[in-house]
Write a protein that binds this ligand. Structure first.
Ligand code: HEC
Length: 109
């Protein structure tokens, strides 16, 4: 995947209260890997959704939401209310679980 020129200048976000170690475990637990390729998650080669490398440096989430911690948490919890009918289901994550996962994803630049 090509990186735009602004890539290296993009901030890498920190998620208040997010614990990336728990996030890594939750990503496995909730089966994100069945649809996404995710660096650092063994066997995560799903090809239903986009690969989650470079989440930290993307400008938009799902082409809809400005990339910031609040919006990433929102997407992870309720993708169906952001893009109705898209292939990513609402998985019933709590706010805290979504923060932990977002913290992990923001280590991917
Ligand atoms: C059944 C398949 C499926 C599962 C399970 C799934 N996703 Fe997705 N995901 C998708 C699809 C499809 C999209 C693209 C949606 C769109 O662009 O409208 C997506 C988009 C995303 C995006 C935005 C990526 C981008 O490049 O903008 C993130 C972040 C994400 N998913 C995280 C997760 C996480 C974290 C989990 C587990 C808690 C998960 N997904 C589980 C299918 C899935």
């Amino acid at each position: 995947m090509l990186c735009s020129l602004s890539c290296s200048a993009e901030p890498v976000w920190t998620v208040p209260g997010g614990d990336l170690r728990r996030g890594e475990a939750l990503i496995r637990q909730f089966g994100c890997a069945s649809c996404h390729a995710i660096p650092g998650i063994g066997g995560a080669r799903g090809n239903v959704g986009p690969p989650l490398n470079h989440v930290g440096s993307r400008t938009f989430i799902a082409g809809m939401l400005r990339n910031n911690p609040a919006n990433l948490v929102r997407w992870i919890r309720t993708p169906q209310s952001v893009v109705p009918g898209n292939a990513m289901p609402d998985l019933g994550l709590t706010e805290v679980q979504a923060r932990d996962i977002a913290a992990y994803l923001y280590t991917l630049r």
